[in-house]
Design a binder for this molecule. Structure first.
Ligand SMILES: [Zn+2]
Length: 404
C-alpha cells in the first residue's frame, strides 16, 4: 500500500516511521532513495559519504533496493573521482510508477510517472463534465486509468497507486468530494466508483498544483501561496515546505475570499467572492465574451492583439486578485505568490494591477509574484508525483510487495 498523501511529508524521507530497528531500516532505505534520486548517479561510497553511514550498511540497503527494482546499477563509474571506482547507482526507470489523474470541468487526463519523474504514458479526453452525473464520468476515467496502467506495464513499470485531482473540496479521508460546485457533485466517495485495484488518494487540484510547484518548480521557496484558475479560482498555502490543510482539509479557498462584500452572489452562498471577479466566466463576461463558448485561450489571444475590452477585464481581475491576496499575504507572510494554471497564460495582463494592489496594501515590503513554469499540467503532475514521493519516502512499502 502506498502511504496516503495526507500523511506524507513532502519535506523529507521516512514519514512517521516508528523509532524501532525496523523503523530505522525503513528511514535509511528512504535516505538512500532520496539521495540517489536527487543527486544520482552515485557510487555506493558516495551515497555512504552523503548520508553518514558505513559503506557496508549502505551496500545492504542498496542491495535490497536493487532486488526490489527501485535502484539499478549503471556499470563502472567514470575514473578520476575520489575513492575507489564503483558501479554508479541510479533510480530505476522500470520500477514502481505513480498514476495521476485529473477530473477537470472540461477534460479528463491520466499520466503515469516513473521514479525518475518522467511521464511514461498518458491519456486525455476533452469534453465537458459539467452537469453530468458522476457515474459515467468516473467510468470513463477508470477506462483511461486502465489504458495508462496497461501501457506503463508494457514498459516494465509497476503502478503502485492512483492520485486524483478534483476541482472541489475533498474531506480529510482523501476519498470523499464534499463539494465540487462546477461539476455539481456533493458528498461523493470516489473509491467505489474508481475500481482500478490501486490504492486511491483524492485531493483538490490546487493542492496538487502547489505540491508540484514545491517538488518540481525552480527555486520554489518553502513558504508560498499558490493561486491557479480553471473555471474556479484555486488556492493553496505551503508553510515551511508543508501543505496547510486546515481542520477539515478545506484550507486555501482563496476563490471565496470576499473582494467586495456587497458584490454579486456566488455559488458558495456568499457575495462578491474573488471568483466573481477573477474566475474565467467573470472575466469573459467582463470582456463582453460568452462564457461556455469562449475560453481562457481566447482571452490571451485577444489581449495579445491589444483588445481593449479584454485588457480592461484582465486589469480588473488582477486588481481583485491583489485585494484577495493582500489578506493572505498579511496573514501568512509568504516569500512568494506563485500564479499557476490558466493564470500563467494571462499573467502579462494580470500582473501589473495585481502587483500594484498588493504593494499598496501589504504591511511589509511587497511580496514577490512568480509565474509557474508548470502551467496547466501542475495538478496532474502533482498527483502522479505524490504517488512517486510516497515510494521514495518509504521504499519498504513497495520493496516488501515487490519481493512477495
Ligand atoms: Zn464564493
Amino acid at each position: 500500500m502506498t502511504a496516503p498523501l495526507h500523511e506524507a511529508h513532502p519535506s523529507g524521507p521516512g514519514p512517521g516511521l516508528p523509532n524501532t530497528q525496523q523503523g530505522m531500516r525503513r528511514r535509511n532505505l528512504a535516505r538512500v532513495m532520496h539521495t540517489v534520486s536527487a543527486e544520482g548517479p552515485l557510487s555506493r561510497a558516495a551515497v555512504a559519504a552523503r548520508i553518514g553511514l558505513t559503506r557496508a550498511a549502505v551496500s545492504t540497503l542498496v542491495d535490497e533496493l536493487i532486488r526490489a527494482g527501485l535502484l539499478e546499477e549503471l556499470g563502472p563509474e567514470r575514473p578520476g573521482r575520489v575513492g575507489r571506482p564503483g558501479s554508479a547507482l541510479a533510480v530505476s526507470g522500470r520500477g514502481p510508477a505513480g498514476i495521476g489523474a485529473e477530473i477537470g470541468v472540461d477534460h479528463l487526463a491520466v499520466y503515469a510517472v516513473d521514479l525518475r519523474g518522467a511521464v511514461r504514458a498518458r491519456a486525455v479526453r476533452q469534453g465537458t463534465n459539467r452537469g453530468r452525473p458522476p457515474q459515467p464520468v468516473l467510468a470513463e476515467l477508470t477506462a483511461l486509468v486502465e489504458q495508462v496502467v496497461a501501457r506503463a506495464e508494457r514498459e516494465g513499470l509497476r503502478p503502485t497507486g492512483l492520485a486524483v485531482a478534483v476541482p472541489g473540496l475533498v474531506a480529510r479521508d482523501a476519498r470523499t468530494v464534499v463539494r465540487a460546485p462546477n461539476l455539481d457533485w456533493h458528498d461523493l466517495d470516489l473509491g467505489p466508483l474508481l475500481p482500478t485495484g490501486l490504492p486511491l488518494t483524492v485531493d483538490n487540484e490546487a493542492n496538487f498544483g502547489s505540491l508540484a510547484e514545491l517538488w518540481l518548480g525552480e527555486n520554489t521557496p518553502r513558504d508560498f501561496l499558490h493561486v491557479s484558475a480553471e473555471i474556479g479560482i484555486g488556492g493553496a498555502v505551503v508553510v515551511d515546505g508543508r501543505l496547510l490543510r486546515g481542520t477539515r482539509g478545506f484550507a486555501g479557498e482563496l476563490g471565496h475570499v470576499p473582494v467586495r462584500p456587497e458584490g454579486p452572489r456566488c455559488a458558495c452562498g456568499g457575495r462578491g467572492c474573488l471568483e466573481q471577479y477573477a474566475g474565467e466566466e467573470a472575466v469573459l463576461r467582463a470582456a463582453g465574451l460568452t462564457p461556455g463558448e469562449d475560453h481562457v485561450e481566447l482571452l490571451a489571444e485577444r489581449a495579445a492583439q491589444g483588445d481593449r475590452d479584454v485588457r480592461r477585464a484582465l486589469r480588473g481581475a488582477g486588481t481583485a486578485l491583489g485585494i484577495a491576496l493582500t489578506g493572505a499575504v498579511n496573514l501568512l507572510d509568504p516569500e512568494t505568490v506563485v500564479l499557476g494554471g490558466a493564470l500563467v497564460a494571462l499573467a502579462p495582463w494580470l500582473l501589473p494591477s495585481l502587483e500594484r494592489e498588493l504593494a499598496r496594501r501589504t504591511a511589509g515590503p511587497p511580496c514577490a509574484v512568480a509565474v509557474s513554469r508548470l502551467g496547466s499540467e501542475g495538478p496532474l503532475l502533482g498527483a502522479a508525483h505524490s504517488v512517486v514521493r510516497a515510494v521514495l519516502d518509504d521504499p519498504a512499502t513497495v520493496s516488501v510487495a515487490g519481493q512477495a
